[in-house]
Design a protein around this ligand. Structure first.
Ligand SMILES: NC(=O)c1ccc[n+]([C@@H]2O[C@H](COP(=O)([O-])OP(=O)(O)OC[C@H]3O[C@@H](n4cnc5c(N)ncnc54)[C@H](O)[C@@H]3O)[C@@H](O)[C@H]2O)c1
Length: 309
């Protein structure tokens, strides 16, 4: 397939573009920043440029992974977020319809489901973890979430009004950097990321693979919106205990975790405030992450007793 990939210079784009090429696709990378996988330097906010790129490329699919995300909030105005994440997505969708591009995959974010109340651990007025599925009505807490939600709505509109096949991937965190709250917990980065695979993270390789599957399935699905995160072992009736004593809940599902963690000097979060449920992606999209908490534990067991730090 001839594919336009936006955000090709980013963390996801640099992983996804080689994967698509290995599968035999022709990938044109579009990004304002130059990098290996980027063929065209430009912004999705530039309608004229988007029009000419689509006219010249005769693409069979657009994967729209480019844009501004949470770390960009401090560096960019709300105007810029609107121009890039909303107008930019509109430009791509509108030109896709004008120029008969039949498939569109949009990289969204689970972050848009986190309201101020969920973040404060007050989901539904109770002190329990929020169980998050595609059925919830998001109330984003920042300009990143609001613009991503608006872009999701545009995707839905272009499917309903024009029949464009669209898959929206509400992707959990896969960034390599330490969390902005990391200073608050005395934990190695590897330890924190392992914990997060229980409820709010996936590897960048799995994020890329979800896009590959979305691309393959878009025409059959017509429209789909999926949470993409490593499979959680938890169930909705764990939510109260997750908030008050997460280690006990984790130990119920993984009885060997406390010993494996102890010998590395690792710790579990005391409290878990949300769980992204990716079961709809498993059942309808046919995608499940390869790496989850169980795989991490298997790796720890195979590594033997030496300290990891
Ligand atoms: N990193 C995460 O944990 C995470 C989690 C959920 C969703 N996402 C989403 O995944 C996508 C990729 O994120 P990433 O982690 O690779 O981030 P990244 O910042 O590494 O990559 C984003 C890329 O988009 C490009 N970009 C910025 N403005 C653009 C514009 N006007 N036109 C075209 N491209 C533009 C950037 O130059 C960058 O290369 C983003 O849409 C992000 O919102 C990321």
């Amino acid at each position: 397939m001839r594919i336009l990939l936006t955000g090709s210079s980013g963390w996801l784009g640099q992983t996804l573009a080689p994967r698509l090429k290995a599968l035999g696709h022709q990938v044109t990378g579009l990004d304002p920043v130059a990098a290996d996988q980027t063929t065209i330097i430009g912004s999705v906010a530039d309608r004229g440029m988007v029009r000419s790129v689509l006219r010249d490329g005769r693409f069979e699919a657009i994967i729209h992974a480019g844009g501004l995300h949470k770390p960009d909030i401090d560096r960019n105005s709300r105007d810029t977020f609107m121009a890039v994440n909303v107008q930019g997505t509109f430009n791509l969708l509108d030109e896709a319809v004008e120029q008969d591009v039949p498939r569109f995959v949009f990289t969204s974010t689970t972050s848009l489901m986190i309201s101020a109340a969920i973040r404060a651990g007050r989901a539904g007025g109770m002190r329990e973890a929020a169980w998050l599925t595609e059925a919830m009505a998001p109330e984003p807490r920042n300009i990143y979430g609001v613009t991503k939600l608006a872009a999701e709505k545009l995707c839905r509109f272009y499917h309903d009004a024009f029949g464009l096949a669209v898959v929206v991937l509400r992707t959990a965190r896969f960034f390599p950097e330490a969390d902005d709250m990391a200073h608050a917990i005395d934990q190695s980065d590897e330890n924190t990321k392992a914990n997060e695979l229980l409820f709010r993270r996936l590897t960048v390789g799995d994020a890329a693979e979800a896009h590959v599957v979305a691309l393959q399935r878009a025409s059959d699905l017509g429209f789909g919106l999926f949470i993409v995160s490593a499979p959680t072992p938890f169930r909705p009736d764990d939510c109260a205990a997750l908030m008050t004593d997460a280690p006990a809940v984790v130990a119920r599902y993984f009885p060997d975790y406390p010993a494996l963690y102890r010998r590395r000097g690792w710790t579990m979060f005391g409290s878990i405030d949300r769980v992204y449920d990716a079961s709809h992606a498993a059942s309808r999209l046919g995608f499940t992450c390869k790496t989850g908490f169980a795989e991490v534990l298997r790796g720890l067991a195979e590594d033997g007793p030496q300290a990891r730090g």
